[in-house]
Write a protein that binds this ligand. Structure first.
Ligand code: SF4
Ligand code: SF4
Length: 420
């Protein structure tokens, strides 16, 4: 049994078990992603065209199938991550937690010791740093609501959309209070992911565990408790604590203390089933991963097959097909198009399955900016004697105007009823 505190080496002794560098790298990586996603057009919502832009494709909010698939993929990934890795997302990815830790570091760096042991907290420095971080995060948030170049232009000319400014200001206030006031208390008591994670955790969930069966090996150094920024006592982690972020700092501290003494760490990441040596699989994980795999496959297939131009043709119900005295049959249709790319498109139209001279488009050529929609009519005026009575199916095709001999960008079906 080791109990003499004189043997305690300094925290920071190099250990094979080093999570801090990997964790900082992961946290920084995800924070950088937050900043670059909209700026590089990887993901944002273009409020002017009411569509999402993802990897250079524009998805209109009317594309309900893709939205439902995307929502299921997101939900199942979050639940799977929560069951398997516990709150590792919070400790390793979440910017709220990371930025709160940054503020902790600032407090530590600027805190001054008064005569006694008590530290003087530099409120002015904390407030300034929190404001600066919150404003940067809130400004970047605006780029999630429009084409980045447009948002930037509006920003420097002070002509931002009122709703976006309100959203960004509310978001900035939430970030300020989250990282400056509530910090890890928000993570512990109010974070929706944390609440959901506690509800779905099972015996296979990864968590920190104190090796109670070897408790005499603990040298009572308190290094694990001192380093925990959410005020958990890791030695009491016989059962999972829903407030634990799985950050691994306490595990690393214990390794650093006990390794030089040739003693196995008292703290490690494990799961209930591994402790009890049970050979069980989580049914919930099986269900969520198979659902995730199935829906993700369909989502990827549909996403990469989104046509560059969305094309829909509908009959104008307010206009009844008419057989005119000169023997011509007349009908009206609507064409709806949307540019589903992030580049301007110059498009033309033609028909197949019915003579081209029967059709007159209101607009035969269109230039659409990214995400732009248009709706216009075309008229069908056909000599009835040239048509077979019954329902005639025909296609409306749209092409890239500069590429008229190549593959159509999209094809929509339409029909015409020819009376006897
Ligand atoms: S108990 Fe350990 S792993 Fe959990 S939050 Fe505290 S330091 Fe991180
Ligand atoms: S469990 Fe905590 S108190 Fe015990 S040896 Fe490890 S770091 Fe020190």
């Amino acid at each position: 049994m080791l109990s003499n505190k004189a043997f305690i080496p300094n925290i920071g002794v190099p250990s094979k078990y080093n999570v801090t560098k990997r964790r900082r790298f992961t946290q920084s990586f995800f924070l950088i992603l937050y900043f670059i996603f909209p700026l590089f057009g990887i993901f944002y919502f273009d409020s002017s065209s009411s569509s999402f832009v993802l990897l250079g494709k524009t998805i209109g909010i009317n594309n309900s199938v893709l939205f439902v698939l995307g929502f299921i993929v997101l939900l199942t990934s979050v639940i799977t991550a929560a069951i398997t890795t516990g709150r590792s997302f919070c400790g390793w990815v979440c910017p709220q937690n990371f930025l709160s830790e940054v503020i902790n570091k600032i407090i530590k760096a600027f805190a001054l010791k008064s005569n006694g042991e008590k530290k003087i907290i530099p409120y002015a420095v904390i407030t300034a740093a929190t404001l600066l971080i919150s404003i940067s995060v809130a400004i970047n948030f605006m780029f999630y609501f429009g084409a980045p170049a447009n948002v930037f232009n509006s920003l420097i000319h002070g002509q931002l959309n009122g709703n976006i400014t309100i959203f960004a200001s509310i978001f900035g206030i939430l970030v300020f209070s989250g990282i400056g006031i509530f910090r890890h208390d928000f993570c512990k008591y109010a974070c929706p992911y944390g609440i959901m994670q506690a509800a779905v955790a099972d015996k296979t969930t990864l968590r920190v565990r104190f090796a109670k069966e070897r408790s005499s090996d603990c040298i009572d150094c308190d290094a694990c408790t001192d380093i925990c920024y959410v005020d958990i006592e890791p030695r009491k982690l016989i059962q999972a604590d829903p407030g634990c972020m799985n950050c691994g700092l306490c595990v690393e501290a214990c390794h650093q203390v006990l390794e030089p003494l040739g003693v196995q760490s008292m703290l490690d990441f494990t799961s209930e089933k591994d402790v009890k040596k049970e050979n069980i699989n989580s049914k919930a994980v099986l269900i969520t991963t198979s659902t995730l795999f199935a829906f993700l496959t369909v989502f990827i297939y549909m996403f990469f097959n989104i046509p560059s131009i969305d094309l829909t043709v509908t009959r104008d119900d307010s206009y009844v097909s008419v057989l005119k005295p000169d023997g011509y049959l007349s009908s009206n249709y609507f064409v709806q198009v949307m540019n589903q790319t992030t580049k301007e498109k110059n498009i033309s139209f033609k028909v197949e399955g019915i003579p081209e001279n029967f059709i007159t488009f209101d607009k035969s050529n269109l230039i659409l900016s990214n995400g732009q929609r248009d709706r216009f009519k075309f008229k069908l005026n056909a000599k009835k004697s040239l048509l077979t009575p019954g329902i005639i199916q025909f296609n409306v095709l749209t092409y890239d105007t500069n590429d008229i001999n190549k593959k159509p960008l999209n094809i929509a079906k339409a029909s015409l009823y020819v009376p006897n």
